[in-house]
Design a protein around this ligand. Sequence first.
Ligand code: ZN
Length: 235
Amino acid sequence: MLRLVYARRTMLPLLWRGALALISAPRCPACGGATAEPPRAVGPAPLCADCVTPLGLQTGGIQGDEPLIWCALGAYAGALRRLLLRQRPRPQPALIAALAVQLHSCCAQAQAGSLLVPIPSWKRSANPLPQLLAAALVEASAGRSRLKADLLVRRRVTVGQHHLNRRQRLGNQRGSFAGVAAGSGLRRAPVWLVDDILTTGATAEAAAEALQDAGWAVQGLLCLARTPGPVPRPL
Ligand SMILES: [Zn+2]
């Protein structure tokens, strides 16, 4: 009897601690598996190593300056492309938050004191990722950047760009955005556009142009993925 009581006293706390560890262990938002990292006091659970590698997420991200300065997590190909295609219709906030933390670590300097402007879709429901990503980047920056979604609006409808080359995309996007005039207080603040994918850059260029015309100091674009390889040649 005494032995049974002793066993209960020693085993139950152990089981309880095990159950708590199972509940509180950070789970990877992409696969649901446990991550190797200890639980964070704040912020989203990170992606596990098993997900980071096949997604091709580069340490430090990838950057470029054509057709405008941009910073991305990786190339829009393979597993990362499939993941983002799944996120567009059914975004998972925890996953977007984890990707935003990773993107923030790649281009944190770009965001210090910045205004983040998600590139709006013509239909607000068409692609929720730019808005979600921009909000998650603000969270990841611990408030050092600010979300200013209302600086940029769509002025007219554009057609789907999937089958358009760069020249057609430029024509499709030219004049499709309007920037809200910069007030004197924020005029000098660095502005970063936010989108999920950078392809030819025609949309980003049109958005940047509209904001610059309205007096904003556009620095470039933060995005999750950049289409690899040469952009389609003009006809
Ligand atoms: Zn995972």
